[in-house]
Write a new protein. Structure first.
Ligand SMILES: NC(=O)c1ccc[n+]([C@@H]2O[C@H](COP(=O)([O-])OP(=O)(O)OC[C@H]3O[C@@H](n4cnc5c(N)ncnc54)[C@H](OP(=O)(O)O)[C@@H]3O)[C@@H](O)[C@H]2O)c1
Length: 221
């Protein structure tokens, strides 16, 4: 495989951090461009960092010239402060990044979405995630990989009470979460990143949606 370039959005986050580690260590990618709100305290010969204004992404189009894009962006309604602010990130920034990447000739787009994403859902969060998925799928990428993890496991810098409660409940109910319920089991953020990077490395064509239980299978956990 010839050496490829990667663009990573959300590298300061839980999944994005693992994704960055994997891309830097992988021989398929010789250049890894990270766009963020602030610089990461990290140096690597393959790593190129740019601090950008996400409300003005189109003015940073030159950084989107990459073969493969990995989008691990996202917030919560609580963190963002309102539904509108949440939507600006999880739909607005994601889809604008995808549009620019497609226009700049990216071949592959990998998106970390969420369990239950559905543009027709009555649940606001699931609807926004589903709308973002649909917008990305409609773009002329050679391949689109959409991962729909359940609750993410991993070391977070900040405390999220709701996620901790859900995690505890999932551990307690884990043995009961079999068959169709297995997709509700929490999945480690490292496994999500591993599958996102692996699918890009395979360079298949078309749209692939990977549900949470399948993420666990593919990652071998
Ligand atoms: N948490 C869960 O259990 C869960 C479950 C299923 C799906 N998901 C989805 O999985 C994806 C990855 O989740 P994660 O937990 O790894 O995310 P995370 O740790 O919260 O990281 C989110 C990333 O998005 C960036 N971001 C957030 N708000 C931004 C803004 N206003 N402007 C620019 N960048 C912004 C963050 O940058 P900063 O560091 O600058 O804030 C960070 O790099 C998200 O789409 C999330 O919705 C999460």
């Amino acid at each position: 495989m010839t050496s490829r370039s990667a663009l990573l959005l959300g590298a300061s986050g839980l999944v994005g951090g693992h994704c960055l580690d994997l891309l830097l260590a992988h021989s398929a990618w010789s250049r890894v461009v990270v766009l963020g709100r602030r610089r990461l305290p990290r140096e690597h010969p393959k790593l190129e960092q740019h601090v950008v204004d996400f409300d003005q992404l189109s003015s940073h189009a030159q950084y989107f010239r990459a073969d493969d894009v990995f989008c691990c962006l996202g917030t919560t309604i609580k963190q963002a402060g309102s539904e509108e602010a949440f939507r600006r990130v999880d739909f607005g920034y994601v889809t604008e990044a995808a549009h620019i990447a497609a226009a700049e000739g990216a071949e592959q787009f990998g998106l970390v979405s969420a369990l239950g994403a559905d543009a027709g859902s009555r649940v606001f969060y699931n609807r926004v995630k589903g709308e973002a998925e649909d917008a990305v799928r409609a773009l002329p990428f050679r391949s689109v990989h959409i991962l729909r993890p359940s609750l993410l496991l991993g070391e977070r810098k900040e405390f999220r009470l709701g996620e901790r409660i859900a995690e505890a409940a999932a551990w307690a109910l884990g043995p009961l979460m079999r068959g169709s319920l297995s997709r509700f089991r929490p999945v480690h953020s490292r496994a999500v990143a591993a599958v996102l990077v692996r699918l890009a490395g395979e360079r298949s064509s078309g749209v692939k949606i990977v549900e949470s239980d399948r993420i666990r299978d593919l990652a071998g956990v």
